[in-house]
Design a protein around this ligand. Sequence first.
Ligand code: F6R
Length: 601
Amino acid sequence: MCGIVGYIGSQQAQPILLDGLKRLEYRGYDSAGIAVLDGGAISVRKCAGRIDKLRQMTDASPLRGTIGIGHTRWATHGEPTDLNAHPHTDVKGDIAIVHNGIIENHAALRRHLEKQGCVFVSQTDTEVAAHLIHTLYKGDMMKALQEAIRMLSGSYALAVLCENEPDVLYCVRLGSPLVVGVGQGEMFLASDIPAILPHTRDVVILEDREIAVLRRDSVDIFDDLGNRKTPAALHVSWDAAAAEKGGYAHFMLKEIFEQPDAVANTLTAYVGVDGFKEMLPGLPSRVDFIACGTAYHSGMAGAYYFAELAQTEAAAHIASEYRYKTLFPHPGQEVVAISQSGETADTLAALRKAQEMGADTAALTNTLGSTLERTVGKSLLTYAGPEIAVASTKAYITQVETLLLMAVDLGLRKGALSQERADELLNGLSALPEKMSRVLENQTYLQQYCDRHLHEKLMFFIGRGMDASLAMEAALKLKEISYLPCEAYAAGELKHGAIALISEGTPVIALCTRENLLEKTLSNLRETKARGAETICVCPERFAQQARREADIVWTVPDTDEMLLPLLVMLPMQLLAYHMAVAQGRDVDKPRNLAKSVTVE
Ligand code: F6R
């Protein structure tokens, strides 16, 4: 949520900051700004709107200087206006800060600072932090920041420029990510790795309550008591090209097409010639998945895999609910947090709650070095590469794949699954990338469907068992980027109320991956057709004949093991969402009101 960049070196800061912000725009895109320090004075350019608008402003009136900070915002406190855009300064403009996160005690601090004569010009919690740090500054920014850490509550990542210290860039984090990129005679700062990839792949990831002091040739890290810490640099394998569009019209489309490789890479990461590398440790008696949004949907799929392949009780929980729920610890329970970014505030809070309860915890994330990855004893990575589009595609598919692998591994170790069945699944998975590519090759039918159904008012997605979780993910994808209202239902539940919404021509899409449930789901589809719905069945080729007897339209994917079918049937659903959003002229990669990484509660 919101993106931060910073630079100190010998190059002009402005183009580096703007380029970094452009790469982070997916994190928030309602206003943006930069501050550059030169000749002992800080200058700010900021505006409501996207980075391109900021660029027009800086083209007309450039900022010169070799040290600066920048921000792209997803509004939490105060509307997206020019004044609420970051950077924020104190009254005199001696310091400038950019901030991600939420300062929870901003109202009390604001009252306190107003009494001391501070005049506020914006509605943001960030301006409170700017005034506070300025008030605490008595010639030593380290001390001011240590004091500020004690006074600010909430979550934040802050980058600070100070006129009195023109060769230093300060930053501090608590609960919101910040990484330092280490260059030759220059240092970079960002809230997310893709922003610095064109410059360096050597990064230092800040821990909570750490203060980083960046000079051209050094990065020094201190804890909140001022004790020096040794920065541990990490070399990231992602390269800049992985975070670029590479000829595709949108990041989302590129990421959809990267899925065959992502699945192959994830498989090789966990299954070598002699079997599984360590996945979940021990033999948990019960597994709970905690996650938000799309990651929650993959957790739902994971729960089915664990039950069916590992004979282990499992359930998925929405992290924002779990964190406030009365929980009952189970001996041998494992809680697995799932998150593409590894920075989602609710998921992290739910994980802490599970840890307080005494549960063993593990993480499944796409982001090496993320807070989530570093909070748990055991972390498993998905090998999807950087996901930039707000709508998650390849992260979801690799999460579902890894959950399947975890279930197979546990099933084997528990004796719940035979080696023969495990081999069948693993062989099926090896053959899957080619089948996925075949599904992706032909999208014309989906494009044509979307062109015809551009003006739909409502769509339904239904399925039973695992397919109900797929229906929820398909509906979320469509609604978040096309804004088309969608309902996702367990197929048998429809007639208990929601079927009242169906009228002449309402599209109802049934996802059918399970043979034992096919007839049941088709009969639910028939019920909607009797009320005027246009019915579509998405299924493997081997079900096509039966499906055609019931559904108006049948979209097929290649045959494979039924456990692997979720990884195939989701592809046309992602493409459906994509083409519907394109047909409607939506901003596919940056849908309204959303941001890629939700680091606030
Ligand atoms: C939807 C989407 C979101 C995320 C959710 C959790 O396409 O991307 O629903 O899945 O915000 O994010 P992570 O996985 O980063 O914790």
